[in-house]
Design a protein around this ligand. Structure first.
Ligand code: NAP
Length: 307
């Protein structure tokens, strides 16, 4: 059976990644768009998810590509209407709302897929396999990019629930929580808030693994020039470096791979699999670490930010 998909929120990531990935994936077909200000030629178009669900356009599943604020109501409507659900990262604004969605999907026998696209980067599974039998000595994460380049004019990222620098930073946390062979927990957090914004522009985080190894993370949205998305893991069996957002892997300085990007194609292939088998994929650990960073966060006020 081909899954008939309704996509909600036709913005940057929907156009850049979701549309081409859906088109390239067997077993799923885009049949409707819901977005307040955008549609696609030749496809039924609705102002919002409620209008789509109330229409006679048949969909089996909904993919939410909207900002996290407002995602809960859209997701609730989709599940209540009996639709399988795929969520962009972060899966929602708060841990509790996302957990509630997970329970609802389970109760109704529907698939829910909280996606973490960075986990699909080519180096991530090989890194997980390498680290599986190693002793972790330390981890260093540098995730530094230019917000003006990657989020031009987006206001929601600066509002409560928009996560600020954790919007990219949660990608790093999604990788680290996948590759490390043991859980970690936050012990300290410093957040830099521009004086005119509600969300942090930079964050310094300190975690410990269960066996006590330090995990340090620096997230910064003020980096111009070359961008940095690197994770370094020192182990008893050598140093592993995941760079370029997880698409390149080196061990002790020797490059192991450099693969083309297939992140979103992998996500849609997985969604088709999950719907087909009646499964769900719903790991909230990256969101929990972000919530902890706000819970333990020491706040510093920094220069105003203007787009
Ligand atoms: P975006 O360009 O702002 O697109 C989101 C779309 O959702 C908007 O175009 C808007 O379309 C719709 N929308 C519905 N309610 C909205 C609201 N209250 N405020 C603003 N837009 C609203 O954002 P995006 O970059 O695509 O990000 C969407 C999600 O994907 C986020 O969770 C983000 O973390 C994730 N993501 C983004 C990237 C990236 O590189 N940009 C990468 C990976 C994941 P209408 O105005 O037509 O309703």
């Amino acid at each position: 059976m081909t899954i008939r998909l309704g996509l909600v929120g036709l913005g940057k990531i929907a156009r850049d990644q979701h549309l081409p990935a859906i088109a390239a994936t067997e077993g799923i077909e885009l049949t409707a768009i819901a977005s307040r200000n955008a549609g696609l030629p030749d496809l039924p178009y609705f102002h919002d998810v409620d209008a789509l669900l109330a229409s006679d356009t048949a969909v089996d599943a909904i993919s939410l590509c909207t900002p996290p604020q407002g995602r809960f109501e859209q997701a609730l409507a989709a599940l209540a209407a009996g639709k399988h659900l795929m969520l962009e990262k972060p899966p929602g604004m708060s841990v509790a709302e996302v957990e509630a969605l997970g329970r609802m999907a389970l109760d109704k026998g529907l698939t829910i897929f909280a996606t973490w696209h960075s986990r699909e980067a080519a180096g991530v599974e090989p890194a997980r396999a390498f680290l599986a039998d190693k002793t972790i000595r330390s981890v260093r994460i540098d995730w530094k990019e230019d917000v003006r380049h990657w989020h031009p004019g987006q206001q929601w990222i600066w509002e409560p629930g928009g996560l600020g620098v954790f919007d990219p930073g949660i990608n790093a946390l999604s990788i680290v929580t996948r590759i490390l062979p043991e859980p970690m927990h936050l012990v300290a957090s410093t957040l830099d808030f521009p004086e005119n914004r509600h969300a942090p522009i930079a964050a310094s985080l300190a975690f410990r693994t269960m066996s006590g190894a330090p995990v340090e993370a620096e997230f910064d949205w003020r980096q111009t020039g070359p961008q940095t998305w690197d994770i370094r893991v020192a182990t008893d069996g050598g140093e592993l470096v995941l760079s370029h957002g997880g698409s390149r892997l080196a061990i002790d300085g020797v490059q192991r791979m450099a693969e083309p990007d297939r992140e979103y194609r992998n996500l849609y292939r997985r969604f088709v699999e999950l719907v087909g088998t009646g499964g769900s994929d719903f790991d909230l650990s990256p969101l929990i670490h972000v919530a902890d960073a706000f819970l333990l966060g020491q706040r510093r006020v920094t220069d105003a930010f203007h787009d």
